[in-house]
Design a protein around this ligand. Structure first.
Ligand SMILES: Cc1ncc(COP(=O)(O)O)c(C=O)c1O
Length: 371
């Protein structure tokens, strides 16, 4: 088979599946911006949950770091792209999560790859929730471990799997699931892990409004700097001995350039805002906006499940006509039959913008859909 015919076949397959994806630019700082072509929209497509990507202190810290250390770190942390800002950020992350040590990666995606790759091995069992993020799924593959996928949030099934194995076991779960916005039963999972001697790895990428992660000597917390902290990068934190192992074994840490100093400085400044009274106020504001759209929903990710792919695309188009950018999510990101709109709210939205969205959803979509 020649490359030309292979490429044509692949392209045809994408077209025929009607799942071709295109990149659209949004010229924006915050929720309001211009789409390529010039249409003004309010975006509900960002994970900048607290609006910190454009907070004045964050911008100032990034500028200072840019002038002090330059645009890029030039090499991997270990040889020696590490700058004082990386260590300072790690110390603050560890303090925030009440952990002994934290380690920063270039992205949250790389953090999951690195942690699962470092802790796996043929003698390990990795148990993963079926709705975990793609970076965890790929990390499981890289771990070289036996992988058992348990039904979503099914703690009894998880317990049964662990009870049948005598391998060293690791359980990995999102704290907040990225396409449904629901939360993992972390207290129950932690109890099962403790009883079965399993290590628990929790990905808190979207956990801006909770849930609490139980502490423990055998708990590692993965997070991202790219969502609530408005910057770019990922991290893991936990007991120092575990993090030391990750430093030495995580390939996505060892073999990649350190994050750019302005990016690390932006994350540190954002983290300081999050830990201040202003951060509490921003979270309260986000909580109240979520309640305005979906009272009591546990996270700022609110799905409107429509099932059918075309129905979801049509719904997104109708909302766009009203100036509302809400992405339609289709397989393979969600299972077949689970196509949906994915609304993500930010403290940077106004009450009015959320009310306009509610009215538009009512007018254009709700005829028996689940939210
Ligand atoms: C649950 C989860 N983990 C990890 C990631 C990856 O984080 P990042 O965007 O920082 O690579 C994402 C991002 O989409 C996510 O939703």
């Amino acid at each position: 088979v020649s490359w030309v015919s292979w490429l044509e076949g692949q392209t045809r397959a994408i077209e025929q599946s009607r799942r071709r994806r295109v990149i659209r630019d949004l010229d924006a700082r915050g929720p309001v911006g211009l789409l390529s072509g010039g249409k003004r929209v309010v975006s509900f497509a960002s994970n900048d949950y607290l609006g910190l990507s454009f907070h004045p202190q964050v911008l100032a810290a990034a500028c200072d770091a840019l002038h002090r250390w330059g645009a890029g770190a030039g090499s991997a942390r270990l040889i020696v792209g590490s700058r004082p800002i990386h260590s300072e950020l790690e110390a603050e992350l560890a303090a925030w999560k009440d952990a002994e040590r934290a380690l920063v990666f270039a992205s949250g995606y790389a953090a999951n790859h690195g942690v699962l790759g470092a802790l796996g091995g043929k003698d390990a069992l990795v148990c993963s929730d079926e709705l975990n993020h793609a970076s965890i799924i790929d990390g499981c593959r890289l771990s070289r471990a036996e992988v058992a996928v348990y039904h979503h949030a099914d703690v009894d099934q998880l317990d049964a799997i662990l009870s049948r194995s005598n391998k060293r076991a690791l359980v990995v779960t999102d704290a907040v699931f990225s396409m449904d916005g629901d939360i993992a039963p972390l207290a129950d999972i932690a109890r099962v892990c403790a009883r079965r001697g399993a290590l628990l790895v929790v990905d808190e990428a979207h956990a801006v409004l909770g849930p609490e992660v139980p502490d423990g000597a055998h708990v590692l917390r993965v997070g991202t700097l790219s969502k609530s902290l408005g910057s770019m990068g990922g991290f893991v934190c936990g007991p120092a001995r575990w993090i030391e192992l990750v430093v030495n074994r995580a390939r996505s840490f060892v073999f990649t350039t350190a994050s750019a100093p302005p990016v690390a400085a932006a994350a540190l400044a954002a983290l300081r805002v999050v830990r201040s009274p202003e951060g509490c106020a921003l979270k309260n504001r986000l909580r109240s906006l979520v309640d305005r759209l979906a009272p009591g929903h546990p996270s700022p990710i609110v799905p409107v499940i429509l099932g059918d792919e075309q129905r979801s695309l049509d719904a997104a188009t109708r909302l766009l006509e009203r100036g509302l950018l809400v992405p339609a999510i289709r397989p393979p990101t969600v299972p077949p039959g689970g196509s949906r709109l994915r609304i993500s709210l930010s403290a940077a939205h106004t009450e009015e913008q959320v009310d306009v969205l509610c009215d538009a959803l009512r007018a254009t979509i709700y005829q028996g859909a689940d939210a």
